[in-house]
Design a protein around this ligand. Structure first.
Ligand code: NAG
Length: 155
């Protein structure tokens, strides 16, 4: 129960920190939401699923390219949250710090996330500092990484 309480507290402060709209961005702690200029190419590295229930998640080969990540309860519609994750990737840090984003529901929260023991399935937004390829993805356990969204940004 202690761990669950800690997690809840961490997630509560995290969801406070995450901007729920671009209007809140200035006072929020998450990466700035910056629209991607049309001069940048946005491409989809997500592999072609072999069945409709199969989903993929970034695998071990992407681990050393992962930077910022956030897990949070759903707070908006899927399309908006996916776009926000991508635009936060574009707005993150210095140029090149995030060039690829992965977003999905039902991602296991990693051990140590905000002091938690990890494990609960939450909505996640992951940033990578190199473009991902279909080979960077592995099949997710059934029921995980649902409504996935992966995009590379090349400017
Ligand atoms: C990408 O991120 C990883 C993990 O944070 C870091 O070790 C690596 O130096 C970064 N690479 C570049 C090119 O920024």
């Amino acid at each position: 129960m202690i761990a669950a309480t800690l997690l809840f507290t961490a997630l509560a402060s995290l969801s406070t920190a995450l901007p729920t709209s671009s209007k809140l961005d200035a006072r929020a702690g998450g990466p700035a939401i910056v629209p991607i200029p049309s001069s940048c190419a946005v491409t989809n590295p997500y592999p072609t699923a072999s069945s409709s229930s199969q989903t993929y998640t970034p695998g071990p080969s992407a681990d050393n390219a992962r930077g910022y990540y956030a897990y949070y309860p759903a707070f908006s519609d899927i399309d908006s949250m996916q776009l926000q994750c991508l635009e936060q990737c574009y707005g993150y840090g210095n140029k090149g710090d995030c060039v690829s984003a992965f977003w999905a529901q039902n991602l296991p929260v990693p051990d140590g996330y905000y002091g938690s023991t990890g494990g609960p399935l939450m909505t996640g937004c992951l940033f990578f500092n190199r473009t991902l390829t279909p080979e960077d993805f592995v099949v997710a356990p059934e029921g995980q990484a649902t409504t996935p969204y992966a995009r590379n940004i090349q400017c």
